[in-house]
Design a protein around this ligand. Structure first.
Ligand code: RNT
Ligand code: ZN
Length: 410
C-alpha cells in the first residue's frame, strides 16, 4: 500500500520519502499533566484551581513521579518519532515540602536524567495556580506586593531550572508563563493590573538564560475571570514583540470562531518564535483531547507549508480524565503527527503556482483532491519505520496496560 501511495503522490508532484524524513525531525512536546489531571506532586490532596477544570474519573491516574514516568513510557512506546516532555513546576520531586519560590534544579533532576536516558528534550512551566497565594485570583498582576513578589520569585526560579535542563540535555527548554489573573466582573481599572504584569515580567526576564526560550501565553477568559483577563492576547503579543521572545498560542484561548492557524504567519513576521498549545475547545476552553479535525489540519499545514518547523514549537495542552489517560496522550500525539504528515503531503508548490496565476479553480480542485489521497498508507509506513504500532494495534496494548497496571492503582 505504501509503494502505491508513493506513486500516487509522485504523480501529484509530492515526494513521500521527503515527507517521512521531515516528519521524523519534528518533535511534539508532550504535556505531563494529562497523566494525572494537572495534580502534580506537591501535595496529594491539592485542588486544581484558577479556572482550570478536569472532568471525569477514569481509574488509574498516576500518583507518583514513578507512576507518571511509567505511563509516559507506555505512551511513548506507542508514538512514533522523537519527542519532548513538557513539565510543570508542581511535578517536582522532594521528600519535604518545598515552597514554589524555593524550587531548585535538584527537585527536577530525576526528570532530567529520565529524559536524558530516553533522548527526550524537556520544556518547563512555572505553576501559578493551585496554591493559596493564587486563591485571590491574581498572581504576577496582584495588587498585593508580597504576593506579586512570591510569584516573580517562582518564575525566576523556574527559568533558572529550565536553563539547567536545557544545558544538561543539550537542547533549549521552552519555558511558558501562563497566569490565571483576572476578574469575574467588570473591573474599574483594566490598566493597572497590566502595568503590574509588565513590570513583573520585566523583572523575571532580566536574568539571561541562554539555554531557555521564554514564552508567554494569553487567555480570553477563565472560570471566575469571565469579564477580564490581565494577560490578554494584545497584552502578550505586544510584550513578546517588544522583548523578542516566543508567544504561546493556545487553540482554546480565543473566541470560538477565532483560530490560531490564521495567526501563525502574521505573528512570525514580528516574532522570532511561537509556542503552540495544541488543544481542542468544545464550546469553551474545555481542553478536550486533540482530534484530527479541520483546525488541527490548518495549524499543522501552516507550520510545514511555510517551513516554520524551527520557529514553531508544538506543545500539547489537554486534560481529559474521562478516558484512559495513556490513550489520551497516544491519540493526541499521534493525531498531531498525522496532521503534520498531511501538511507535508500537500502539493503546496502546485497550489501556490495556481494561486499566483490567479487560477483559483485549480487551487480549490487540488486542495479537495488532496483530502482523499492515501495518507493512511504513508502514516502506517511512518509508524512501521519508527517501530511504533500500525493502525489501531496500540489500543490493545493500552487495554492490557490498564488491566495489568492502571486498574491496580486504587
Ligand atoms: C490554561 C493554560 C495553561 C494550562 C497548563 C496546565 O488555560 O492553557 O497552558 O493549561 O499550563
Ligand atoms: Zn495552554
Amino acid at each position: 500500500m505504501y509503494s502505491e501511495a508513493h506513486d500516487l503522490y509522485a504523480a501529484l508532484g509530492v515526494d513521500t520519502e521527503a515527507a517521512l524524513k521531515r516528519l521524523a525531525k519534528i518533535p511534539v512536546s508532550i504535556h505531563c499533566w494529562q497523566g494525572d489531571d494537572v495534580g502534580g506532586f506537591e501535595n496529594p490532596d491539592g485542588q486544581l484551581g484558577s479556572g482550570l477544570a478536569v472532568t471525569g474519573n477514569h481509574p488509574g491516574k498516576a500518583r507518583t513521579p514513578d507512576e507518571l514516568r511509567q505511563d509516559l513510557e507506555k505512551a511513548l512506546s506507542l508514538i512514533p518519532g522523537n519527542h519532548r516532555l513538557n513539565l510543570h513546576a508542581i511535578y517536582l520531586e522532594s521528600d519535604t515540602p518545598v515552597e514554589r519560590n524555593e524550587i531548585e534544579t535538584r527537585h527536577f533532576q530525576g526528570w532530567i536524567d529520565w529524559c536524558k536516558a530516553r533522548h527526550l528534550g524537556l520544556d518547563f512551566n512555572p505553576s501559578c495556580f493551585s496554591h493559596p497565594l493564587a486563591d485571590a485570583g491574581f498572581t504576577l498582576s496582584s495588587p498585593d506586593a508580597a504576593i506579586r513578589q512570591f510569584w516573580i520569585e517562582h518564575c525566576q526560579a523556574s527559568r533558572a531550572i529550565a536553563n539547567d535542563m536545557g544545558r544538561q540535555l543539550g537542547s533549549k527548554a521552552v519555558t511558558n508563563i501562563w497566569i490565571p489573573d483576572g476578574y469575574k466582573d467588570t473591573p474599574a481599572d483594566r490598566l493597572a493590573p497590566r502595568q503590574r504584569l509588565k513590570a513583573a515580567l520585566d523583572e523575571i526576564l532580566a536574568i539571561p538564560t541562554p539555554h531557555n526560550i521564554d514564552a508567554v501565553e494569553s487567555k480570553l477568559f477563565g472560570i471566575g475571570s469571565e469579564a477580564y483577563v490581565t494577560g490578554s492576547h494584545e497584552f502578550y503579543l505586544g510584550y513578546a514583540i517588544e522583548k523578542q521572545i516566543a508567544l504561546c498560542l493556545d487553540a482554546g484561548h480565543f473566541h470560538p470562531t477565532e483560530v490560531i492557524s490564521e495567526k501563525i504567519s502574521a505573528c512570525l513576521l514580528y516574532l522570532p518564535e511561537l509556542l503552540l498549545h495544541v488543544s481542542r475547545g468544545v464550546r469553551w476552553d474545555s481542553d478536550h483531547v486533540v482530534t484530527l479535525n479541520d483546525e488541527l489540519l490548518a495549524i499543522t499545514r501552516e507550520i510545514v507549508a511555510n517551513n516554520f518547523e524551527d520557529r514553531v514549537h508544538v506543545g500539547l495542552d489537554f486534560f481529559d480524565a474521562s478516558i484512559n489517560r495513556v490513550a489520551a496522550w497516544t491519540i493526541g500525539v499521534r493525531n498531531t503527527l498525522r496532521g503534520l504528515l498531511i501538511g507535508l503531503l500537500e502539493p503546496t508548490a502546485q497550489l501556490r503556482r495556481a494561486e499566483l496565476n490567479g487560477d483559483h479553480t485549480t487551487r480549490l480542485a487540488l486542495q479537495e483532491e488532496a483530502k482523499t489521497m492515501p495518507v493512511g498508507a504513508v502514516w502506517d509506513e511512518f509508524c512501521r519505520r519508527n517501530d511504533s504500532p500500525v493502525g489501531a494495534a496500540w489500543l490493545s496494548d493500552v487495554q492490557h496496560y490498564e488491566k495489568a497496571v492502571l486498574s491496580k492503582r486504587t
